[in-house]
Design a protein around this ligand. Structure first.
Ligand SMILES: Cc1cc2nc3c(=O)[nH]c(=O)nc-3n(C[C@H](O)[C@H](O)[C@H](O)COP(=O)(O)OP(=O)(O)OC[C@H]3O[C@@H](n4cnc5c(N)ncnc54)[C@H](O)[C@@H]3O)c2cc1C
Length: 566
């Protein structure tokens, strides 16, 4: 088993090791899909490296609605197989990562004019049946079965609905997660199986042998600024919305597989959109077939998402005025709370890798299923699907690899716990008891467990050794300075943006993006990674620029003064 260290140092060592001798599998892309492929392949005994041009989950996998779900709305288009698969994976992930994949109640509000109510009840029953079947014989925690609630009962779970004039509501069960953290947990599990993990390493070319077969890749080290040739018997293209660019390196002119679709979410204070015990599904009331969610998220609530075809740059996604207007109008239409841009604390924009159907360009012909494409030179491209189904997508790829090799090796990922996989209740009690004498609140302890599982004790050890690391980084979320050090030592964080945007999500929860604490966090990170004060200052500037760019029309108020104060 590999070590639990995942740091700049381990990354350098892994990159060097990947360059020595032939790999069985080189995975390109460290979103949910690539991380899943790496874990699956290594757990079947293959020698694997996984690279990403940026941080773990720096693409779409940190910008989802953060739900692990079957996708109730796909029942409307009779996609039973798709929904069943999602529900099955949800049930499995609740068992493998109980700290990260948490059951949540969802309200499906019904107004006097809601059409097709009978079908709705039937759809929810089908959803329950899929969950029941998924549990069959294997145990595991169940999400709640659907139930009809009075308008008053629904408002008790989601006070934001008080002025919505509901007829009644259904409540059903699904799961919420932290998407970037889920991917990180898969990457950490992959490291334990010996996967060489190299973030900030971009594939800029594919190696082709004399017969035109892909036998490796040229990799640009984004930290060391040198180029490395990696040789591999199988190369997997798990680059999400970028798959077509990599495929073009194998086969120029190949028709595109993916149609990107943009989705924007905004975060508002919980008081402005109070959801005490449940998310709310906002059915499309404007006849455009889109539905949105309002999701409780600590002291905040999330509202999203848009779903619009996207043809712009994949590197510089931003929230536009039209995105913002759409999300706020859809929320106001249901909640009547006059949410405005001044209420928004943070926002993110992502792009779904939707699979094109050959010869079609309409939105309705874009599949939510995943696809595995084998290129002329043998490049294996896997894309589409969703965060929830990453494990199934990975299984399909690795099944094909072992088939190509003429081996028999069964997929084992159904049994591999992510980060300990210990029951949540007792773990929470233990961590709370150990955190209190260190001056850490129950909220901090709870958040540590939900983020890191049993690695919460490692963070507590850091505080025990240096009490100044108990400093809370922002009033918007219960995160402490020790988590910055832990992110650098055990979670592969290289930049301040890695820590504040994807490990702690402070960029999304706090209106000021937690900039007042950023200079100290950057200095802690500099110490961990062997850099000086100038590097730390540059990190604050780069983080500020990244958040401001993604927030687009919303901007980042007062940042010049804040950054200078550091
Ligand atoms: C708005 C929105 C909401 C969503 N909500 C949900 C949800 O609630 N639940 C759910 O299950 N799914 C959801 N999804 C879908 C889900 O987020 C995606 O399907 C999933 O994250 C895609 O993962 P991926 O690993 O395939 O791609 P990505 O996460 O994008 O990973 C691809 C990686 O490849 C890297 N890369 C690209 N080119 C190169 C290169 N040349 N060299 C090295 N690395 C490279 C990128 O840096 C990136 O990290 C949502 C998607 C969106 C956009």
């Amino acid at each position: 088993m590999g070590s639990s260290e995942f740091s700049v140092a381990s990354r350098g060592a892994d990159l060097a090791a990947a360059g020595e001798g032939e790999l069985d599998v080189l995975v390109v892309g460290m979103g949910a899909t690539g991380a899943g492929v790496a874990l699956d392949a290594a757990s079947r005994g293959l020698r694997v490296a996984v690279v990403d041009k940026g941080d773990v989950a720096s693409g779409t996998s940190s910008r989802s609605s953060k739900l692990v779900h079957g996708g109730l709305r796909y029942l409307e288009s009779y996609e039973f197989g798709l929904v069943r698969e999602g529900v099955l994976e949800r049930q499995l992930l609740m068992r493998l990562a109980p700290h990260l994949v948490r059951p949540m109640d969802f309200l499906y509000p019904v107004w006097p004019d809601t059409a097709r109510r009978r079908l709705l009840g039937l759809g929810l029953t089908t959803y329950d049946v899929f969950a029941f079947a998924a549990l069959g014989g294997r145990g595991g925690e169940a999400v709640r079965r659907h139930q009809r609630l009075s308008a008053e009962q629904a408002v008790a779970l989601a006070p934001a609905l008080a002025d919505s004039e509901l007829a009644y509501s259904y409540v059903y069960g699904d799961c919420a997660t932290d998407d970037a953290r889920l991917v990180l947990a898969v990457v950490q599990a992959a490291r334990r199986f010996g996967v060489l993990v190299v973030p900030y390493a971009e594939v800029t070319g594919l190696r082709l042998d004399d017969a035109g077969r892909v036998d490796g890749a040229t990799v640009q080290d984004r930290l060391g600024e040198h180029v490395v040739e990696l040789r591999a018997r199988h190369v997997v293209n798990a680059t999400g919305v970028w798959v077509d660019a990599l495929q073009a390196l194998e086969e120029p002119g190949r028709p595109a597989v993916v149609q990107p679709s943009k989705g924007v979410h905004v975060v508002v204070p919980r008081q402005r959109l109070p959801l005490s015990g449940a998310s709310v599904l906002l059915p499309s009331r404007q006849g455009d077939g889109r539905s949105m969610f309002a999701i409780p998220w600590g002291e905040q609530s999330i509202l999203g998402t848009t779903d619009t075809l996207y043809a712009g740059s994949l590197e510089a996604l931003s929230v536009t005025g039209a995105d913002l207007d759409y999300v706020l109008a859809a929320g106001n239409d249901v909640f009547h709370r006059e949410l405005a841009s001044e209420d928004v604390l943070g926002a993110w924009a992502g792009v779904r890798p939707l699979v094109r159907r050959p010869g079609s360009s309409s939105m309705s012909d874009l599949s939510r299923r995943h696809t595995l494409v084998e290129g002329r030179g043998g490049l294996l491209t896997i894309t589409g699907g969703k965060l929830t189904t990453y494990r199934r997508m990975a299984k399909d790829v690795v099944d094909r690899i072992v088939e190509r090799d003429g081996r028999r090796a069964r997929c084992r990922t159904e049994e591999i716990a992510l980060q300990g996989g210990r029951p949540l209740g007792p773990l929470l009690e233990e961590v709370r008891a150990a955190a209190a004498p260190l001056g850490l609140s129950g909220q901090v302890a709870g958040s540590l467990v939900r983020q890191t599982g049993d690695r919460a004790f490692d963070v507590l050890s850091l505080v025990a050794a240096d009490p100044s690391l108990a400093q809370v980084l922002s009033p918007s979320a219960p995160h402490v300075a020790a988590e910055v050090v832990h992110a650098a030592r055990a979670e592969g964080a290289v930049t301040l943006d890695d820590v504040y945007s994807r490990r702690l999500r402070l960029s999304l929860r706090a209106r000021d993006a937690a900039l007042p604490s950023a200079p100290r966090a950057a200095r802690l990170l500099a110490t961990e990674t062997g850099h000086g004060d100038a590097w730390a200052a540059a990190q604050v500037a780069a983080y500020t620029a990244a958040v401001r760019r993604e927030r687009g029309v919303l901007g980042l108020p007062g940042t010049a003064a804040l950054a200078e104060a550091g």
